[in-house]
Design a protein around this ligand. Sequence first.
Ligand code: MEV
Length: 426
Amino acid sequence: MSNHPRTSRISGFHRMSPGDRLAAVEGFAGLDADAVAQLARPGNLDPQVADHMIENCVSTISIPVGIATNVKVDGRDVLVPMATEESSVVAAVCNSARQCYEAGGFTTSVSGTDMIAQIQLVGVPDPENARIRILERKAEVAALCDGCDPMLVRLGGGFRDLEVRVIAAQGGPMVVTHIVVDTRDAMGANAVNTMAERLAPSIEEWTGGKVYLRILSNLADRRLARARAIWPLDAIGGEAVRDGMIAAYRFAAADPYRAATHNKGIMNGVSAVVLATGNDTRAVEAGAHAYAARGGRYTSLSTWEAAADGGLAGTLELPMPVGLVGGATKVHPTAQACLKILGVSTAAELARIIAAVGLAQNFGAMKALATVGIQQGHMALHAHNVALAVGADGPEVGRLAAILVEKRQVRQDVAAAELAKLRGQA
Ligand code: MEV
């Protein structure tokens, strides 16, 4: 073992071939031969595994997995696998993380690993009274929930809290019970849904009402991941860039039309890591957007302000229900290999890295938008897609992409004509 600290600053990574990049990741993460072979194999989901994962499976679709370099989270360098079909997303994280690396990178935390399940009760004549009657049974509820999953309890998780709300709804008040359960390294949907279903008959018995829904809430606000970082002024290009970015944030904070796009940029980073690790992208996305609207008006998930030293300080906070055990995370060998690259041993560590990536992604988009615009960088990368789309092959792809960027015309009709020229057919 070398005594040198592992660094995510890998010079020239983007210029290497995919094979050389994988070798660099292998060296960084100490990947075993199986993980390397899995990552090196294109179309790497066995049809039999796929057939067990979903119903009526006929095929699989491959999405590129890129590696974000330059990321330092809580003092530890990490290489972050990101699964995305969108060009610019991985590059944006690399660039954004590089600009805060020397200043310490990202500091992260979580509020916990608690999930919430809801039990909907209707037809109660005395909802306020029923609410109190359910709350009185907290010890019974705890025993019933923990009895559903002794393994979870042995791992330090289990029932944590009981909340009962009376909500006004069409057709009359509903009594909604929340069980709060620490699901530790599991995302926890199965655990809490089982508990909610098991608890429902008792709630009906205690109240005389009728239970309908018993299901987790994706507004997982007991499972928040947080990240913050400060980008020094000289790293980002000075006060004008900082102020432009703060203005961009203020726009998102004030306007839901802009906030939706601003948050979409954050989710470009978040969902890519969630997907690469086999976690549920829809659960995280639903939670993020619901959390963004928790004050009654949809707004930015991140905040940006001038730091005391004049730099640019960003924060991000959002629900992050991701796990390391269960579901596709455990079954999909590429997800397993991606977790090895990340070197995480708890769901909380994974959640924290994802929050850091979301913040980096947001920084990258805001900086481009507040300065040169998004199209310059995006089109340079998108040109490769356009070149591929018109049939460019091998070295033609890079050459054709460069021509399109040079002409500032990243369009299929232009690409087809230029490809014909390259091949001497026009
Ligand atoms: C594109 O996928 C994401 C952006 O629109 C995000 C943003 O506008 O902040 C660039």
